[in-house]
Design a protein around this ligand. Structure first.
Ligand code: PLP
Length: 317
């Protein structure tokens, strides 16, 4: 539903380009449990170039409004968020943005355009890591920006050229091949994610399951309204200390322990030491990303095999 799409070398290259739409002195309000690399780009790189960031849980309209300053220019949204699968109500976020003349950017990597079409809610700019579901085969890194206006398209085109963040033709070809099967893959990712989430929610070793498709998830109603499906990512918090987490990650066989996500093969990772290791512990704790959290990217294998793998990994021995 956008005006134009641009391909980048990685998801981070797309994000770095998008954030260059701003200039020194501008303030950005971002979700607090965004991808760890996004946090690192903002906090450890762009702050040195004069951008200012406030990280917030994006579920509370009053808190967002209170964080707006005279120099606020952008709301950076991720829904479902990485790794806690929090849901941002896009109608609410866009309403605040429009009232305060802010640009809205959404990282739509987890939902994909198949499950969520952010322009229908008035979002200005969409970024993707195409490394994930859009390519879907764990064999390329790439990113994308989709724009809603000719003015933004022109500026992104300029930045892509000026910054040299573009994708290689071969990588684009791989991603285009992946997109051809996006709908069937997304439906199966979701079916498998439901099977895994429903199995884990009754498991005694599991303290909490984070999956927006479960009615117990705080964002369930919003997700149901705004998305066509709940996606393939499931996070779990285990009972016990770090030993429980490491034992589980050591024992998994069908799930591979790796940081990426969104491909045909199931992956498991430990945000505190992997995808979100660059977030300081205090920030992780404040955002609710505990050391007992494991993030699962549920792939397209037979769900019985995935459940059996988790059963044996979580079994007391
Ligand atoms: N956005 C999200 C939500 C991600 O999970 C990731 C990577 O994990 C990125 C962006 C960055 O993408 P890439 O690894 O393609 O640079």
């Amino acid at each position: 539903g956008g005006k134009a799409g641009f391909a980048f070398a990685t998801g981070m290259a797309a994000e770095a380009t998008a954030i260059h739409l701003l200039k020194a002195g501008d303030h950005i309000i971002s979700g607090d449990d965004v991808y760890g690399g996004t946090y690192r780009l903002f906090q450890d790189v762009m702050c040195d170039f004069g951008l200012e960031f406030t990280f917030l849980r994006m579920d509370n309209c009053q808190k967002i409004e209170e964080a707006i300053k005279p120099n606020t220019r952008m709301l950076w949204l991720e829904t479902p968020s990485n790794p806690l699968l929090n849901i941002v109500d896009l109608e609410m976020a866009v309403d605040i943005a429009k009232k305060n003349n802010l640009m809205t950017v959404i990282d739509n990597t987890f939902s994909t355009p198949y499950f969520l079409r952010p322009f229908e809610y008035g979002i200005d700019l969409i970024v993707h890591s195409t490394t994930k579901y859009l390519n879907g085969h764990c064999d390329v890194v790439g990113g994308a920006i989709v724009t809603s206006t000719d003015e933004l398209s022109e500026r992104v085109q300029f930045l892509l050229n000026a910054m040299g963040t573009c994708a290689s033709p071969f990588d684009c070809w791989l991603v285009l091949r992946g997109i051809e099967t996006l709908p069937v893959r997304m439906r199966q990712h979701e079916t498998n994610a439901f099977a895994v989430a429903n199995y884990l929610k009754q498991h005694p070793a599991v303290k909490r399951v984070y999956y927006p498709g479960l009615e117990s998830h705080p964002g369930y109603e919003v997700a149901k309204r705004q998305m066509k499906g709940f996606g393939g990512m499931v996070s779990i918090e285990l009972n016990g200390g770090s030993e429980a987490v490491h034992t589980c990650l050591r024992r998994i066989k069908v799930f591979a322990m790796a940081e990426s996500l969104g491909g045909v093969a199931s992956l498991a990772e430990h945000p505190a030491t992997m995808s979100h290791a660059s977030m300081p512990k205090e920030h992780r704790e404040k955002a609710g990303i505990s050391d007992q959290l494991i993030r699962l990217s549920v792939g397209l294998e037979n769900s019985d095999d995935l459940i059996e793998d988790l059963r044996q990994a979580l079994e007391p021995r």
